[in-house]
Design a protein around this ligand. Structure first.
Ligand SMILES: [Zn+2]
Length: 457
């Protein structure tokens, strides 16, 4: 049992007792058998148990357009596609997309996620899907922004780019936090990518602070949006944010692939979380894993969490996959196996992710008092053998293949790798049909299958 507590205790023959959805004891199996008479017991039969993974940057409603972009699209080509997507998306689409996304996440061992920067148009549709699959999530108000740019005009029928609208909806999702037992909570988010004035950013930071929640934003993804930010702020954005008093341990900024030397101290000193999304950069050839600051920030003590982003932007919602990529690229870049260890990656997927959601005291480790969100692996797979190091097995070896049983709040929501809550076939079939109808409404053709090209001789 890998606890991920502060001492990183691993218990050889561990057991865990759960009451009212929370962990009430963590100890050796023999000891707990003497202390409790459980109503129900699950026998992990020598398999690894660990805290549920936390995916700290996810766009669940973009699941219907996975691999809908032409494969040769560059990042800058995606804008027009996204505008068509947002204009055509219905609440029913957002519901089925989120359900599919949640299903995918839980099958990969994720028990909680942070919706990325207010990208869901109808948060109630996503919230319903999260509750149906049984995960935890934190949602934010849709598209809070007030700086024009190329989005502004075409999206006007759906989302106004103005400060008045943004300020009027800011904090609307926090009503979900009144019920402390709710699996769906609310936080504050700005769309980011240089679409918020400093005034709006300060209002959002104040709202997050007053309500004790996270302020989430896309930040410094690529050279283009970082240059927009430089122009808008008149200096490097992280330096500006620190000078304006907007940065704190409540901030969780996603991507952060482009950070200049003078911005590093602002990030480190603020205590903020940074969400590293390796494949959301790598799939587009953006260079974030080659020149990005994440490894350096991690070494300086920053809470670096991991994010899968959107399936159309990074392939799949498997936060441990992001850790695998983070580890490999870090070692390759530094020419050293010491750059990131599997245990470091496990911390990013669990306790760092929990802090990035503002839930570090509730989830992310197997400790008394925390919510009973955990994963039981299986060991009867060739890729899980010979089973010498449980941490390298689950980060580098068997990876998500060995996810067998997932508990959220003590409730089994996945067993034998299958959802206990929803009909998986029905979800997939409905999503496939909805995706085709959505693309038709967008006026976009179905994508061509990827080509196997031959160089001319
Ligand atoms: Zn994103």
């Amino acid at each position: 049992m890998i606890t991920m507590n502060a001492a990183r205790t691993v218990i050889e023959d561990g057991a865990i007792a759960i009451a009212d959805g929370r962990i009430c004891a963590v100890a050796g199996g023999v000891e707990l058998a003497d202390r409790f008479e459980p109503r129900r017991s699950l026998n992990a039969r020598g398999c690894t148990v660990h805290p549920g993974f936390v995916d700290a940057h996810v766009h669940p409603t973009q699941h219907l357009i996975r691999f809908a972009f032409p494969e040769t699209f560059h990042y800058d080509d995606t804008l027009g596609f996204y505008i068509d997507f947002i204009l055509a998306l219905t609440p029913e689409d957002e519901h089925i997309a989120s359900k599919l996304a949640c299903l995918e996440m839980v099958r990969h061992g994720t028990t909680a996620f942070l919706e990325g920067c207010g990208s869901v148009l109808e948060p109630d549709a996503a919230a319903a899907a999260v509750e149906e699959v049984g995960l935890r999530a934190s949602l934010a108000d849709p598209y809070v922004w007030d700086v024009g740019g190329p989005w502004s005009e075409p999206l006007k029928p759906r989302i106004a780019t103005d400060r008045r609208r943004s300020l009027s909806i800011l904090g609307g999702q926090l009503a979900r936090n009144r019920d402390r037992s709710s699996r769906v909570r609310g936080h504050i988010a700005l769309t980011g990518h240089a679409t918020a004035s400093t005034e709006l950013l300060l209002a959002a930071a104040a709202c997050a602070h007053e309500n004790g929640v996270v302020l989430n934003m896309h930040q410094s993804y690529a050279a283009t949006d970082t240059a927009d930010d430089d122009r808008l702020r008149g200096e490097h954005p992280l330096v500006h944010f620190e000078r304006m008093g907007a940065l704190s341990e409540r901030c969780t900024f996603a991507h952060m692939n482009v950070l200049r030397d003078d911005e590093v101290a602002s990030v480190v000193d603020s205590g903020m979380s940074v969400v590293w999304c390796p494949s959301a950069s790598m799939l587009w050839g953006c260079g974030g894993t080659i020149t990005g600051p994440h490894l350096d920030l991690f070494r300086r003590g920053v809470d670096v969490a991991l994010g899968s982003d959107a399936s159309n932007f990074s392939s799949r919602l498997d936060v441990a996959d992001q850790g695998f990529l983070a580890l490999l690229t870090s070692r390759e870049r530094t020419l050293s196996p010491d750059a990131l260890l599997a245990g470091d990656v496990l911390a990013m997927c669990t306790i760092h992710g929990a802090r990035a959601l503002g839930m570090g005291h509730e989830i992310g480790s197997l400790e008394v008092g925390k919510l009973a969100d955990l994963v039981i692996r299986r060991a009867d797979l060739p890729e899980a053998a010979p089973g010498l190091d449980p941490i390298r097995d689950l980060v580098l070896g068997a990876r998500s293949h060995s996810v067998d049983t997932v508990l959220v709040g003590g409730e089994v929501i996945l067993e034998g790798g299958r959802s206990c809550r929803v009909d998986e076939e029905q979800v997939r079939a409905r999503a496939a049909a909805s995706a085709r109808k959505l693309l038709a409404r967008m006026g976009r053709p179905l994508p061509q299958p990827s080509e196997a090209r031959r160089a001319p001789r």
